[in-house]
Design a protein around this ligand. Structure first.
Ligand code: ADP
Ligand code: MG
Length: 384
């Protein structure tokens, strides 16, 4: 929905024009999966899909929230009553941001918020981070808090971890807050240092497709926790703070020290090789060899499927079908057990490839996937 429509709806709901309108994008992760809670590297870029928010300040300690994308009217919350994990609905995300800002000592005294989003929810494209970041940015501007985008990302992560109660890393919020058009963001999740890596696919005759399988397997939450605990166990056995500290060159020696714990061996191998794949992707892109990242993406998928074991038949079908029809590379992206895959292809192959994936899904009796092109887009910003 456009900024103007969001403004008009705000005025209908709250009886006055908003003070401004902001937007924050969803993201896909090009490479670097399940590395963010291991202090490792990730490389997301922002999608053209975004969450738009019209926002005004209030001075009476009240937060009013409305989303065009869910049923129901305006939800009114008192700021003094905001408490972590007190809310299981969508309002926990924006309320959590206000809570995190106030916890950090920022004098936010209330707001009226109306939201509308084009980011698919629950597809691994970070609609939750887009929602958090757009609210954080609006309040940062309106209350003149002077926080940098990476600091807003941190506060949003705190909102999601502590207030909503979802144990996620720092990637999604940083991507939404900090990405730049035509670039992927090389982020070191240990010290939050970041570099913008030119990633202008169209200029090279390439396309990156996102294939949303529309599948969400129910056990994904528990499995995420298990993988995370397994990685922590691996780090403890190896005597390092995080798996990020295991050098790629010393991987075989490290695996040999894990005492035959096959599950931990697989998890450690994925994380250490995945960090190396991010670094390889960065150097290929910096040398202008974009096509050469295809096989790196595909290697990443094999590692997530065989070592980390978080793929599913639908994701494997996207990857296998795309590769059989000329894709340069493909992999699942996001948490796993459903959600989306990405496919890097020559622009000229996109139609054939898309049709092949759709036909393969139909033949296997799966729900039709949603396929769209991901153009590296701008991060969060004020639009009106
Ligand atoms: P993802 O971030 O991968 O899309 P999550 O489960 O982390 O999936 O977040 C999705 C949740 O975020 C939704 O269930 C909803 O509670 C909230 N959400 C996202 N976008 C909106 C929106 N535009 N309006 C209301 N709630 C939203
Ligand atoms: Mg999310």
């Amino acid at each position: 929905m456009g900024a103007q429509q969001v403004r008009e709806r705000f005025a209908e709901l709250y009886g006055a024009d908003p003070e401004g309108v902001w937007a924050a994008p969803g993201r896909v992760n090009l490479i670097g999966e399940h590395t963010d809670y291991n202090d490792g590297f990730v490389m997301p870029f922002a999608l053209p899909h975004q969450t738009t928010a019209a926002v005004s300040r209030r001075t009476d300690g009240v937060l009013r929230l409305h989303s065009a994308d869910v049923g129901g009217g305006v939800v009114e919350l008192g700021l003094d009553a905001l408490a972590p994990q007190s809310d299981t609905g969508w309002t926990a995300y924006p309320a959590g941001v206000v809570w995190a800002l106030r916890e950090a000592g920022h004098a936010v005294t209330g707001a009226d918020v109306h939201l509308s989003s084009t980011v698919p929810t629950g597809a691994g494209l970070s609609s939750s981070a887009a929602l958090e970041v757009v609210v954080a940015l609006a309040l940062n501007d309106l209350y003149e808090l002077g926080l940098q985008p990476w600091q807003l990302a941190r506060l949003c992560q705190r909102a999601e971890n502590s207030y909503v109660g979802a144990p996620t890393g720092i990637m999604d919020q940083t991507a939404s807050a900090c990405c730049e058009q035509g670039h992927a963001l090389f982020l070191d999740t240990r010290d939050l240092s970041q570099r913008q890596i030119p990633f202008d696919l169209a200029a090279e005759g390439l396309r990156l497709l996102v294939v949303d399988t529309q599948v969400k397997h129910a056990h994904s939450g528990g499995e995420y926790g298990k993988r995370r605990a397994g990685c922590e166990k691996g780090a403890a056995l190896l005597g390092v703070d995080a798996l990020r500290d295991v050098p790629y060159a010393g991987l075989d020696a490290a695996l040999a020290r894990l005492g035959g714990d096959e599950e931990v061996v697989r998890l450690v191998r994925h994380v250490v090789t995945e960090d190396e794949r991010v670094e390889r992707t960065v150097s290929l892109l910096r040398s202008g060899d974009t096509r050469a990242i295809g096989p790196v993406l595909t290697e990443g998928h094999a590692s997530l499927r065989d070592d980390f074991r978080i793929s599913c038949p639908e994701l494997d079908l996207v990857v296998d079908t795309a590769l059989a029809h000329g894709a340069l590379g493909a992999r699942m992206t996001g948490g796993g057990f459903g959600g989306s895959a990405i496919v890097l292809a020559e622009a000229t192959d996109v139609d054939t490839l898309t049709k092949a994936v759709e036909e393969a899904f139909a033949a296997a009796g799966h729900t039709a996937p949603r396929v769209f092109e991901a153009v590296p887009s701008p991060g969060a910003r004020r639009v009106v």
